[in-house]
Design a protein around this ligand. Structure first.
Ligand code: NDP
Length: 287
């Protein structure tokens, strides 16, 4: 995991803007990528309070040796109006996790959805064309997951969210952009059951429930059919109560570590214009 950083007058800088950032694995993942490819760059966590975000973006603009930046909670949406433009991906999601310096401009991109798909595709059993999937949640991560599944040819997405209104808003967003994908909305509660949806092949938890061992079950885990794949975007803990229950019921499972590595790998590719050393990035976080 340890990578020696050689800092000199030519070192390029990359940052993670968030609040908090101390828990983040992105510095470890990116520093490993720079080391593996011999790039003279340093990736630094930058804790930015919400009321200082505009000042931080101005600081980035002044940095001639800026390689790029990532953006995390709570700034992914708030940073949009501070930028000079968005890539089609950033535009579609209305949220940014990657900043690209282009000439004198800062362009906002989003690699979360593509990172999720890249991680999903590592499972040979998960074909996205014609897929029927359940997405739990309707926040920023759900937006990235639902949009990317629809773009990848999913036939139907069932959005299950605590707040029905927020679920409906996301459903509309997906339906407008991907009319071929049927999107339905259900209310998430502790007695909700998966088995009412016989053709489902994938269930993705994008809510923050499961981060704490004291969190109550999101739904009736005993309703998980063995033939589905269950993904949890949470990566700390590596195995949430949902994944534990799914595994014990015979489901294939994946935690959020694969998505984390792949969204980082895609950011690296955008900054460097060359393939990312995905193996080194995975090794850095022990997967
Ligand atoms: P948001 O705050 O935008 O959305 C949170 C979602 O969780 C909402 O749908 C909310 O429902 C739901 N929720 C929160 N508390 C509860 C509860 N007690 N019961 C039921 N639902 C609840 O967060 P994000 O979408 O940005 O992030 C969500 C998770 O995804 C986080 O754990 C984050 O770490 C993870 N993530 C992982 C990534 C990776 O690379 N692996 C990348 C991005 C995110 P409601 O609308 O009703 O409030």
């Amino acid at each position: 995991m340890g990578t020696n950083v050689r800092i000199d007058g030519h070192t390029k800088l990359a940052f993670l803007l968030g609040h908090p950032v101390a828990h983040s694995l992105s510095p470890v993942i990116h520093q490993a990528a720079f080391a593996a490819t011999g790039i003279n760059a340093a990736y630094l966590p930058w804790a930015v309070a919400p009321d200082r975000l505009a000042a931080a973006v101005q600081g980035l603009r002044a940095m001639e040796n800026l390689l790029g930046a990532n953006v995390t909670v709570p700034h992914k949406e708030a940073i949009v109006p501070l930028l000079d433009g968005l890539t089609p991906e950033g535009e579609a999601l209305g949220a940014v996790n990657t900043l690209l310096p282009r000439d004198d401009k800062l362009v906002g991109d989003n690699t979360d959805g593509a990172g999720f798909l890249a991680a999903l595709r590592e499972d040979p059993g998960c074909e996205t064309a014609g897929l029927i999937a359940v997405v739990l949640g309707a926040g920023g991560a759900a937006r990235a997951v639902a949009m990317s599944l629809a773009r990848a040819g999913a036939r139907q997405i069932v959005l299950v969210n605590r707040s029905l209104d927020r679920g409906r808003l996301l459903a509309e967003l997906v339906a407008v952009r991907y009319p071929a994908c049927e999107v339905t909305v259900q209310a998430l509660h502790s007695a909700w059951r998966v088995t009412e949806l016989p053709e489902i092949r994938l269930l993705v938890n994008t809510t923050s429930v499961g981060l704490h061992s004291s969190d109550p079950p999101l739904f009736d885990y005993a309703s998980l059919p063995a033939q589905i794949m269950v993904c949890d975007l949470i990566y700390n803990p590596l195995e949430t109560a949902l994944l534990r229950a799914a595994r014990s019921r015979g489901c294939r499972v994946a935690n959020g570590m694969g998505m984390l590595v792949h969204q980082g790998a895609l950011a690296f590719e955008r900054w460097m214009g060359k393939p990312a050393p995905v193996h080194a990035m995975r090794d850095a976080v022990g997967i």
